[in-house]
Design a protein around this ligand. Sequence first.
Ligand code: ZN
Length: 577
Amino acid sequence: MRVSQLFNPTLREVPAEAEVVSHQLMLRAGFIRKAAAGIYTHLPLGLRVIRKIEQIVREEMDAKGGQEVLLPIVQPAELWQETGRWDVYGPEMFRLRDRHEREFCLGPTHEEIITDLIRTEVRSYKQMPLLLYQIQNKYRDERRPRFGLMRGREFIMKDLYSFDRDQAGAMVSYQKMYDAYIRIFSRCGLKFRPVEADQGAIGGTGASHEFMVLADSGEAAVVYCPACDYAANVEQAESHPRPVPSENPTGGRKKVHTPGAKSIDDLSGFLNLPKSYLLKALLYQGDERVFLVLVRGDREVNEIKLNNALGGFVQLGLASRETIVKTLGVEAGFVGPVGAPKGMEIVADLEVALMNQAVCGANEVDFHFTDVVPGKDFKIDHIFDLRVVEAGEGCPKCGAPLEAARGIEAGQVFNLGTKYSKAMGATYLDENGQEQLCVMGCYGIGVTRTAAAAIEQYHDADGIIWPIPIAPYHCIIVPVSLKDEAVAETAEKLYREFLTLGIEVVLDDRDERPGVKFKDADLVGYPLRITVGSKALANGQVELRDRKSGQTDLIAVGTVAAHVRAFIHNALEHVGD
Ligand SMILES: [Zn+2]
């Protein structure tokens, strides 16, 4: 492709509407243009990236026995009413009516459609396992679509659905997909972690992993073990109690005057005690119930764990100031479990139950109790793992210190169990002629999101740094001046040679200043740049620059194609193994 003919409108300025790097760079480098909020047109270079990711996904799905289908975008409401999700999905679902006033939606996902297909077509255990997938547009009417392809209202996903005769079979399918996902993200050239995950809104039973592409801008915090394969979303990561070295209890609690010491920091300074000796007491409201929740002063409450442990509220959050004053008769800051009103449920983290010299609010302005023994000076109704895990803590599997990172969820694997087959009657006959429910799994990869995540992971001040496997083109040839005949001729000759060798190459044949060409090449993120200039050419050489490392080498014109080919070959071979 010649840049003079390439439809690649680049922008010098950072578009005001774009908040995240991937969105800014995709607009600036001419990969996408906005059609409406959260809805984009993919321009030629952007689409090449998408198609490459799709191809990697397709090859790995096929390698595991997946068969590609194409399910409809427009789906009838009746199927969604069967599973109850027509109501559950709420305003995120794009809904429409046809000329006969029948209701439809634009598919946000495809469990209903595929389960309908299977219940009609699968009769016998002999027809399973069955792995069907598609690469298709999905629609979610986000309240605030933003971040470009990271959170669009229309996006491309690969979704595979597995159907097995039993849970053991479903776990075999699950493992196949887990392994395929490891290969897919490796082959895309991305740094990622599979993390244990919550099942979220799709529901079901059993295992689930999220595949997180690591990036500082990622919305999810994860902890992972550098020594073994343990990794988990911070929201899910289990913590193990780490008791503080206990001193001899002084015997009996004391009430101390702590004027103005409302925060953990104030109190720790005032009493000259480490925060790990203090009790953090927070009043939570879950639907109509209130709880006094206790963690150590140096810890944070993990509200997801709290909600799961208490059985799952529709709404769970810190109680309002009014509720605190009404319930405990004192402002937050002096709240504590000792002398809490009768009937108040007290929920403590595992570590709290191990304290023997705690400090807590006295439910009286400017007073705290010291030398409090949890379980003796106050009752504990529930003891759970409630706190947020921190980097440096021991891995729950092997004990090595955990590391923290941020990630972008680009894929997820779910074991769905029989949730959908039960709701929709997807059954088969086993060897004994008995009717059984199909056991399902679903496996998604955000294709457009993976492209955005790759940019979040690989960019610098000048633009995108595409990993070779998903770069729109592998290299660009830049003749410094077209007026120099030798330069123009050599560039043209190399371009033709590269094409013959099957190298994905772009020739910047525009009559522009070299600075403009270099800037555009860096912005678009071509992995390799071959610069043809008169000075080096006088010695029979051209310059080869690696976009990622910035390394520049002078190479003989006659061998540059071999160098480029080896570089690309190496990058494509050594991922995913
Ligand atoms: Zn470990």
